[in-house]
Design a protein around this ligand. Sequence first.
Ligand SMILES: [Zn+2]
Length: 133
Amino acid sequence: MSFKRMEGFAGSIPQKFADTKIPKCPMCGTTDPHWSLDERRGKLMSFDPEENANKYLFKCEKCGCILRAPVTDVVGVGRSALLSWQGVAKKAHGKQVKAIYITVEEVGNMQTTDLYKEKEMTLEELNALAERI
Ligand SMILES: [Zn+2]
């Protein structure tokens, strides 16, 4: 994986998303996570929307934790159930269609346990977690 800051036009949406929506790292608590980005392509042949979806990965500069979010959530498509089948799939899984779901892929070096590893939560829950650090 090659994480980097995406200051240019193509990367501005996810970069802006990470910088403004996740102002504080939920794993180490820094208010300057300086998120770097990577993108992971989904498995096109998979019918599981979780595996199928393209994902953005956000890495904290301080602790190295990695957060994962579906591209459709970040750009907003997945939040409209009528516009995308991924939105429909979300609804079928009992998720809130309008919420943005973030998964903690790596907990980083400030966490002493893997308690949060692969834990999925909404953006609100993630920010609430960051506030408690
Ligand atoms: Zn961090």
